[in-house]
Structure formats: structure tokens, C-alpha cells
Ligand binder design. Structure first.
Ligand SMILES: CC(C)(COP(=O)(O)OP(=O)(O)OC[C@H]1O[C@@H](n2cnc3c(N)ncnc32)[C@H](O)[C@@H]1OP(=O)(O)O)[C@@H](O)C(=O)NCCC(=O)NCCS
Length: 178
């Protein structure tokens, strides 16, 4: 195991700067959250749900053990938001990813998923997420990034719609009990 990997394993998704090639993940601070939240709620699926910016900002900053929240920054500009829940279930759960329209289709989601896998390499064997059934672009993204559908969860976020639970299997970790 390299020193860098050993450091990551000491604290996966640590609240520090993470460089993902051309973009950077920075721990989200309370000063940044309102502006980022306002951009994020303008995007589906949150726009279609009518989520208010203040509610999103609260969700981004409310203390929650196991939540790891980052702003995605490209050359000093905010281009997205990522929240990971870890530990979750033998692997981390991508709670939220929102890449702003001007930065989409540039491989940022691909890099975020690769980063998640590296953070838990040798420790965990799964990445998890949920996607709203009608979010065709996100479903296509996750399929392209190796996620497979586990199954639908009806009425989880809103009545009358399902969230699709998805898993990407990683290389198996060393066997361990529990
Ligand atoms: C879905 C989302 C996260 C994808 O992020 P992204 O950084 O644009 O994705 P990437 O550029 O890494 O794309 C990786 C692959 O996914 C697929 N993909 C990405 N966007 C796609 C789209 N709109 N339609 C079809 N396939 C798409 C492609 O195969 C792509 O590879 P390619 O560009 O080499 O063809 C982003 O569009 C987004 O934040 N959307 C709004 C909010 C949202 O829906 N979040 C997810 C909630 S579950």
C-alpha cells in the first residue's frame, strides 16, 4: 500500500482538499453553501420537487455524523456539489452529486466515482447511490460508470415516484468478519 493510500485509509473522505485531475474537492463551508444551494435547486431532480434553496443549504450544512460534503471547484469557480455518506453498507453511499450545467459532460462525475473507489480501495467492495426513476441523464451516467440497478424504492423521496437503488461492485476487500 502506498503512503498516499495508507493516509486515505486512515480517514476516507477526510475534510481536506482532494485533487481529482483538473478539478478539486474542497470541504463545503457555511459561507459557500447558500450560493451553491441556489444553483443546485435550479437543477432537476430538485427543481421538479420544488426544493427551496434555504432547505438545500440547510441539508448541506446540518451536522450529520458520517456525511462528507464538498464543493467541486474548477480554476477557482464553483462547478458542483458532492456529498458522500461513509460508512454506509460495506462501502460509501453517494448521497448527492450536482454538476452545474456549464461543467457537465466533462468527466467530473466519472472522476468523483473513481475517487470514491480509491478512497475505499481494499477496505470496501461496493459503491452505492439512488437515482430518481425519471432522471434519464443521471441513470445513463451511472450505467456508463458501472452501476447496476438493485431495485426501485417507491415513495422514498416523493409520493408516486421511485428511487432506483444502484450498486457498483469493487474488487473484493480482504475477507473480514462482520
Ligand atoms: C448526472 C450528472 C451528475 C453527470 O455528471 P457529469 O460530470 O456531467 O458526467 P460525466 O461527464 O462524468 O459523464 C460520464 C458519462 O456518463 C454519461 N452521461 C453523462 N451525462 C449524460 C447525459 N446527459 N445523457 C446521457 N449520458 C450521459 C456519458 O456516458 C458520459 O461519458 P462521455 O461524456 O464520455 O460520453 C450531472 O449531469 C448532473 O449533476 N446533473 C444534474 C443533477 C443530477 O441529476 N444529479 C444526479 C442526481 S441522482
Amino acid at each position: 500500500m502506498t503512503d498516499a493510500r495508507a493516509a486515505a485509509h486512515a480517514l476516507p473522505f477526510a475534510a481536506r482538499r482532494h485533487d481529482l485531475d483538473s478539478v478539486t474537492l474542497l470541504p463545503l463551508d457555511t459561507a459557500t453553501a447558500p450560493a451553491l444551494a441556489a444553483r443546485v435547486v435550479a437543477l432537476d431532480p430538485w427543481a421538479r420537487l420544488g426544493l427551496a434553496a434555504a432547505a438545500m443549504a440547510d441539508r448541506m450544512t446540518r451536522p450529520s455524523p458520517g456525511a462528507h460534503r464538498f464543493a467541486v471547484v474548477d480554476a477557482g469557480r464553483l462547478v458542483g456539489y458532492v456529498a458522500v455518506r461513509h460508512p454506509f453498507m460495506r462501502g460509501p453511499y453517494l448521497e448527492t452529486i450536482a454538476i452545474l450545467p456549464e461543467a457537465q459532460r466533462r468527466g467530473i462525475a466519472r472522476r468523483v466515482i473513481g475517487w470514491m473507489a480509491r478512497e475505499v480501495e481494499g477496505l470496501d467492495a461496493n459503491l452505492w447511490l439512488c437515482v430518481t426513476e425519471w432522471n434519464a441523464a443521471a441513470r445513463a451516467t451511472y450505467a456508463a460508470l458501472g452501476f447496476v440497478e438493485v431495485g426501485p424504492i417507491p415513495d422514498l423521496v416523493a409520493a408516486g415516484q421511485s428511487e432506483i437503488f444502484m450498486r457498483r461492485a469493487l474488487a473484493p476487500p480482504p475477507s473480514r468478519p462482520g
